[in-house]
Design a binder for this molecule. Structure first.
Ligand SMILES: [Zn+2]
Length: 377
């Protein structure tokens, strides 16, 4: 007998399927005529996808600057997995790991190459904070938690050090089995061209559609040639919306040229969650629907693409044997004013509304899901 059976779930290609869950994994798909302890009839009224993965959040609750609770940015908003992008380095990763064990949301970390992590804005201004041995020991302590490395390469973070922290990050990456490296771009120096030239296949540029002068586009609106070359080598683009790192203008122009994001992520923490402009991963995803990406494209960016980029082998797909992490959602016809990080706004007709998340086979309603009394899990 299955633990949970979802009947007639709508997939993003608009086909309907039953989904059976057992022991925290997806056990069967298709038309299922077998008993289950609990059956939820969806009747094609809502979509089901693999659980949404937010590839860039900040949820170390003891961080003095960018803190939040994993479940506030995760399960409460329909997101089943979050990747904390460098809130902690080797010094605080033990504390962070222990805190995440209490969360319902599945939490992973990109370890900051600076051992002090985000205790201040300038964690790479002192080269002594980049301690390769400390990184290696942390990765060995938490091989299933630390899924990659993070280096923030903007002027306020690196101080006088320019490109040097990234050169060190690439060496550290090689010393740790070639883990994915996420690189934050922002104000220069260092210039984006210099950063992009150092990146290799599987590395991730986050804040890819930021509107700062050091953006991916030239002043005439073409893709910078160093970025073109990086993408040809297999470098990935991550949105990382954040408080100051997403421009509709840049995203629209890039997408029109076929430069789509690999992953859509929020860079959420308590302030930009509560006060905007981020608010939730669903709202960030809705912005990409509003500027012309299709629903299957948007969902792929928070499921299969995110799992592939961060090597989460059992996540991101609705297939037998994968983790029973799912997001149940609707595309609501609710006119909504969407605002980017440059205070530009656009009127959207439709927004994504997560109603529930299923994490390791167990169902949790979101705020909207509770208000609509959507399902009885
Ligand atoms: Zn961030």
């Amino acid at each position: 007998m299955f633990d949970l059976l979802l009947r007639r779930a709508r997939l993003v290609d608009d086909t309907l399927t039953d989904i059976a869950i057992q022991d925290g994994s997806i056990a069967a798909l298709g038309e299922i005529n077998a008993p289950a302890r609990k059956t939820v009839e969806l009747d094609g009224n809502c979509y089901a996808s693999a659980g949404w993965i937010d590839s860039h959040v900040h949820c170390y609750s003891n961080s003095p600057i960018y803190h939040d609770e994993p479940d506030s940015v995760g399960i409460a908003t329909g997101v089943t997995t979050v990747i904390d992008a460098g809130s902690t380095g080797a010094d605080d990763v033990d504390d962070f790991y222990a805190l995440t064990r209490k969360a319902t949301t599945d939490v992973y970390a990109l370890l900051n190459i600076s051992r002090v992590g985000l205790i201040a804005q300038n964690e790479l201004a002192n080269m002594a904070n980049i301690d390769a041995d400390a990184v290696k020991q942390a990765v060995q302590r938490y091989p299933d938690f630390i899924v990659g490395l993070k280096a923030r390469m903007s002027s306020s973070v690196v101080g006088e050090n320019g490109i040097t922290p990234l050169e060190r990050a690439k060496v550290i990456q090689q010393e740790n089995g070639g883990l994915p490296l996420m690189v934050h771009i922002g104000n220069n120096p260092p210039n984006l061209d210099e950063i992009a030239d150092l990146l290799s296949s599987g590395d991730i540029i986050t804040h890819c559609y930021n509107g700062k002068p050091n953006r991916i586009l030239t002043p005439s609106g073409e893709l910078k040639s160093a970025v073109t070359r990086a993408l040809q080598r297999g470098v990935r683009l991550d949105v990382g919306h954040g408080t100051a790192s997403f421009s509709f203008e840049v995203a629209r122009r890039a997408i029109a040229m076929g430069i789509l994001p690999d992953t859509i992520s929020s860079d959420i923490y308590c302030r930009n969650r509560i006060d905007g402009p981020v608010r939730s991963l669903a709202l960030v995803m809705s912005k990409f629907l509003a500027i012309g990406m299709s629903l299957p494209q948007v969902i792929a960016c928070v499921t299969a693409n995110a799992a592939d980029g961060l090597r989460l082998a059992k996540k991101g797909r609705l297939e037998v044997g994968y983790d029973a992490d799912l997001t149940l959602f609707t595309v609501a016809s609710t006119p909504t004013l969407l605002v980017d990080a440059e205070k530009e706004s656009l009127q959207a007709d439709k927004i994504l509304q997560p109603l529930a998340a299923i994490r390791a086979g167990k169902g949790y309603l979101t705020e909207q899901g509770s208000a609509q009394n959507a399902f009885d899990f």
